[in-house]
Design a protein around this ligand. Structure first.
Ligand code: DBV
Length: 248
């Protein structure tokens, strides 16, 4: 059992109990990808597996799980709502590299500097944030240009101990996902075309940023090559632009 497998198992089981979950197509060749990296006795198999689901309110629920031995484990898990809901994104970036653990967990807002939006989608999360944040060290500087995409309840930490990931981070992940699904069950469709257009613009802003700045691009390119990596990023991990282009 690898470090983030329990996170993935928990998430899928919870989604199945709380949503009318359907599969989301994963392009051929991206369900599972393996490479051997390193030389001699440092050789490791790196396996990347992908998971995709959807529900009536959630356009794409997807996860990428990278398993490459004790010092390379990643679970990137993001939920993209349909464009007629003002729901935030659920974003989890759980990363273990030789240098240590890096954890980013948030309900990433469509509209960062909007007090009504914060009241609706950040305020209820702050008690959960405060409960877990006190046990976890601040993760330090992150790119300033990423700031607009995080909420004030952004849990951002680089814990020293693997045990902190297994306990505090796992508990926080469960609590954030449960709270997110509460938002989803309460969400009402947006019918105003002007508001819908604002949501679409905000989703595209987020998606373009993440696809362009994907911090995993270097890692994936080393393992699987540039062609596979770009197609994985634009054709699966951050696919909204392609999907919009395909429907007009
Ligand atoms: N990050 C992804 C995807 C990953 C992934 C799809 C499938 O968006 C992994 C894999 N994140 C990943 C890896 C690293 C990070 C780092 C491998 C380490 C990169 C390295 O050190 O080489 C949150 N993730 C990070 C960092 C941040 C995040 C802030 C540090 C990056 C840096 O310092 O430059 N999540 C990430 C992020 C946003 C988000 C930037 C922006 C909205 O939601």
């Amino acid at each position: 059992m690898t470090l983030y497998q329990p996170f993935l198992d928990y998430a899928i089981a919870l989604l199945q109990t709380r949503l009318q979950l359907q599969p989301y197509p994963i392009p051929a060749g991206f369900e599972s990808k393996q490479a051997t990296v390193g030389k001699g006795k440092h050789q490791e198999e790196v396996l990347t597996t992908s998971y995709g689901y959807q529900s009536p309110k959630l356009r794409q629920i997807r996860a990428a799980h990278v398993q490459g031995g004790k010092s390379l484990q990643v679970l990137n898990f993001v939920i993209f709502p349909h464009l007629n809901y003002d729901l935030p994104f659920f974003g989890a970036d759980l990363v273990t590299l030789p240098g240590g653990h890096l954890i980013a967990l948030d309900m990433q807002p469509l509209f960062r500097d909007n007090s009504e939006y914060q009241q609706k989608y950040t305020q209820p999360i702050l008690p959960i944030f405060q409960e877990y944040q006190q046990h976890l060290p601040w993760g330090g500087d992150f790119p300033a240009e990423a700031q607009p995409f995080f909420s004030p309840a952004f849990l951002w930490t680089r814990p020293q101990e693997t045990e902190a990931v297994e306990t505090h981070v796992f508990a926080a992940f469960k609590a954030y996902l449960q709270a997110y699904l509460d938002f989803v069950s309460q969400a009402e469709p947006v019918t105003d075309p002007h508001r819908q257009a604002e949501i679409e613009q905000a989703q595209l802003r987020y998606l373009r940023y993440r696809a362009e700045k994907d911090p995993a691009r270097g890692m994936f390119t080393r393992f699987y090559g540039a062609e596979w990596t770009e197609e994985y990023i634009h054709g699966f991990l951050f696919d909204l632009e392609r999907k919009l282009a395909a429907t007009v």
